[in-house]
Design a protein around this ligand. Structure first.
Ligand SMILES: N=c1c2ncn([C@@H]3O[C@H](COP(=O)(O)OP(=O)(O)OP(=O)(O)O)[C@@H](O)[C@H]3O)c2ncn1[C@@H]1O[C@H](COP(=O)(O)O)[C@@H](O)[C@H]1O
Length: 110
């Protein structure tokens, strides 16, 4: 399933030469990084609101998945705009795997 991140990232890369009229991603690139960051922020807020609603109402759980997909997608566009890849983030997560968050935080304070 992680392959989908690579596949979408490849599509996002190919949209760098596409016309803004034919591609939503190309239209975001044309508007620039600030617009992309605005979308990431907007989708993050929508994800938080969906999660809070799902806490009260199980029927809202699908909305959390939908909004998280929007957030991940726009984050991938942000990475692409900056010349970064989802694999870079996955490598960082892999580096952290098994490293206790509490221990890591404590080591920063020393
Ligand atoms: N995964 C996605 C994806 N998820 C969400 N979206 C779009 O993201 C947009 C954001 O939704 P909103 O409701 O926030 O947008 P809006 O109100 O139209 O936006 P604003 O005017 O407020 O900026 C919608 O147009 C969605 O269709 C996506 N658009 C594209 N992709 C992937 O990107 C690929 C390339 O897309 P195109 O460049 O459009 O061909 C596609 O093949 C998909 O794999």
């Amino acid at each position: 399933m992680i392959d989908i991140l690579t596949k979408v990232a490849d599509t996002l890369e190919s949209r760098k030469t596409a016309s803004a009229d034919s591609s939503y991603v190309a239209s975001l690139y044309a508007k620039g990084l600030d617009k992309i960051l605005e979308k990431v922020g907007e989708e993050a807020v929508e994800t938080v609101l969906a999660a809070k609603n799902a806490q009260q109402d199980d029927s809202q759980r699908d909305k959390v998945i939908y909004e998280t997909a929007d957030l991940w997608f726009h984050s991938l566009v942000m990475l692409a705009e900056l010349g970064l890849r989802p694999e870079d983030v996955l490598t960082e997560l892999a580096r952290r795997e098994g490293l206790s968050g509490l221990e890591e935080k404590a080591s920063r304070k020393e």
